[in-house]
Design a protein around this ligand. Sequence first.
Ligand code: 26Y
Length: 820
Amino acid sequence: NAALGRDRSLPTREGLKRAFLDHLLYTQNKSLAIASRNDLYQALAHTIRDCMLRTWFDTASSYKAKHSRMVAYLSAEFLMGPYLGNNVLNLGLMDEVKAAIAELGLDFDDLANQEEEPGLGNGGLGRLAACFIDSLASLEIPAIGYGIRYEYGIFYQTIIDGWQVENTDKWLRYGNPWEIQHAEWSVEIKLGGRTETYTDDAGKFRVRWVPEKTVAGVPFDSPILGYRVNTANTLRLWRAEATEAFDFPTFNRGDYLGAVSKKVTSENLTKVLYPNDESDQGKELRLEQQYFFVSCSLQDMLRIQINRGQPVTEFHLAFAIQLNDTHPAIGVAELMRLLVDEHQIVWEQAWDVTRQTFAYTNHTLLPEALERWPLKLFERVLPRHLEIIYEINARFLNEVRIRFLGDESRLSRLSLIDESGERYVRMAHLACVGSSAINGVAELHSELLKRDVLADFYAMWPEKFTNVTNGVTPRRWIALSNPRQTSLVSRAIGNDWIKDFSRIKELEPFADDAGFAADWQAIKRDNKIELAGQLLQRTGIRVDPDSMFDVQVKRIHEYKRQHLAVLHIVALYHRLKSDPNLDVVPRTFIFGGKAAPGYHRAKLIIKLITSVGDVVNNDPAVRDRLKVVFLPNFSVTRGQRIYPAADLSEQISLAGKEASGTGNMKFAMNGALTIGTMDGANVEIREEVGADQFFLFGLTAEEVYALRARGYSPSDYYRNNAELHAVLDLIRSGFFSRGDANLFAPLIDELMHTDPYMLLVDYQSYVDCQGEVDRTYRDTQDWTRRSILNAARSGKFSSDRSIRDYAERVWKVGPAPVSS
Ligand code: 26Y
């Protein structure tokens, strides 16, 4: 009944209240009088979900009818953040929903805060996938996101005695109203075992994979609604379950319980997200996870293709598959297996289809993050794929041999198999060979890829290489997180900027409008007061909203140099101790981020931050002019409160290490000024906002290489810089660790002896630059002007722009609007 459907999709205020109370009774079986806050959240979530289902259904029908070419974004991580607020925003119902909930005597934000965010990612790469999936829908591009429905997402971080403690993230505890399970589209996945050859009916020589075990992949779909459009794409996440015939031999022996216990093992596959980023541990279960979701997704796409009555040899015309790093790169071998072994396509044709289907995004230059699988392990899990990779490699190396006659070392550098010691499969090489496009995530990163990590592939196929600078969605990261700034901006320039973010530049003239600037400043202050409340509640530390909020939130990693910020804090503290009447700009240093559980050095950096905080925050000599806060469990939810309240954004990685960064963009859009190095997207942010609006320090990537080549001796810097000397000595002495001179010794010793991330080189430049920050901050009007300019000139950093770049240059797809 169409009339009814419209009614649920576009309810009036009365309709919303009615639907909410209905769901409270019929979904949660509660009344307002006895409902828990979770009941109320669930009822509201279901009410909003109902508003999206017709659009979702219409979108799928439209794509099917039009045979639209679809983008399939394959990612082991999707760090979506809470859905409720974003869906209400994209529906255009924010005011109505808030009013309806208020009329029931409830508070929308209070209910929205009940949502457990799906933390199905580690950091930048997972959040990028989420921003991209939002932009794809908002630009009405047919797309599907494929990933893993981890039962436990990224661990929940608490801080005990200054140390990180990990707790499991039971995000599904109260159910997930945003997903629909589709058992009817389950697929079967093989693992382990061996291969055998046979001759088919036509007398052809073929290979068959005889697996050791099979698991079922069950899809769970969530609607991804675009902003104010009639398009809702799908995020399809796979859960592993035991197959029907989960262990037939055991079962037949009459060992029913033994067979059921094996069921548990299958379901371990999608149990937990690996919490390491940028450091590959080579765990067998992780390879199984990767293969599992990639095979599920490819089988799903082939089902859709066949369903549409199209030949599998035209697969590349129906799908453009983007590999989010190498985590899904096994897809290249898997598509070959499906086409050659299961659909009997000849190798050459299958290879053409495969190469035209895939494109690969690289997200890192760190050698320890490049995925390689020990050959033995790989063969144990994926025996057929190893054979296929050997075949791909043989044909590829033959091509290289002809192009670069006699160049043996090039062959071993390019090979898909690393044979320099223990043998490995190189996943980045598989991705490069199997893709028609290869990109980095910021200009500098893409240049360094061509020069360094992927130089040999660039020499082979320069035409495959391109850059697509990252972006973030202005819907979640401004309109939803910073409603005050949003309404001020919309009053000034209208609200088209939310859809077409290049129009944010129309804000530029307002930088010199005194009235606007005063409002802008007042909003920043309100946002800081709100964050201060959160900080007090979560850490017990009271901070002054009139102090400068200096923020560094991101994964804790040595290359990101959180400890460089600590050296600066200790230097300021040291100055204040020597001269208690020193005129300093009051600052609140806010840190947040998770350390990989096995990364001891990163955990020690957290302990250093909290230890310095304990001393500085409680020393009467400081007179509250410096505060150091570590906000536990940084997440999308926490980020939404933090970016809008920041004055200063710390982007201080060693040049050449951070592929792009995306937090840097969220800060700039929300009017923070950046202190940063010439690394990743910082370079482009500075170019856009103007050098005057950006506090630059440190070596360039070129200078880093040159210095490393010359030979770098950190102890020279220690000896020649009195303040740095004093700072390092103070930390090493045990001053911040109750006299324990051992605690931070490993950290300080490393800085003094090897300092792989060159903190001591950049130290003085950083501290001087922070002095410049202080001087600028003292002139409130000038700071505010620069803050407005940062936001006004951040138009490039919308993920809509990134997605348009991919659509034009990589996927060759356009919008396919769904009529309403
Ligand atoms: C191999 C496995 C251990 C692994 C797992 C997760 C390796 C890497 C990762 C995650 C990497 C990541 O988040 N990279 C970040 O991607 C962002 C989006 O492109 C970049 O902005 C950021 O610079 C980069 O560090």
